[in-house]
Design a protein around this ligand. Sequence first.
Ligand SMILES: [Zn+2]
Length: 126
Amino acid sequence: MDDSEVSVNSMRENQIVKRRYYCKFCDETHSIEFNKDISKGQPRFPFSYVYVHIYTKNDEEKELLTILYLDNDCKIRGTDIKELNNSDIYSKTHVEAKIAALDEENQKLKEEIKRLKEELIQLRNK
Ligand SMILES: [Zn+2]
C-alpha cells in the first residue's frame, strides 16, 4: 500500500457516519452506518432511508421495515418501524418507495431540461 492509497482509504472512512436509533421491537438501540454521500442531491430534508432489518422473536425470524428520517448530516430525526407480516404491506411499501424514487428522478430531469433551455437561450443570444 503506498501513500496515495492510505489517503484514499482515510477519505473514505471520513465519509462513513455511525448513528444510533431505538428499536421498540427489539427493545434496544441499534447502530447503523451511513455513507455521507447519501444525503447529497436529496430534494428535501429530512429524507427517508428505508431498509429491512431482521430480528428473532420466539425462534422465529421477523422482518422489520425500518424507515429512518435523516437530515443533511445523516442525523436520525425520526423513525418509523413496522413489522412485515403480510405480503400486502411489503408490496405496497415497495411500490411507494419506487414511486418516491421515480418522482425524484423526474424532478432531477426537469431541472436538467430547464438548465439546458437556459443554456440554449444564452448561446443564441451570443
Ligand atoms: Zn430491532
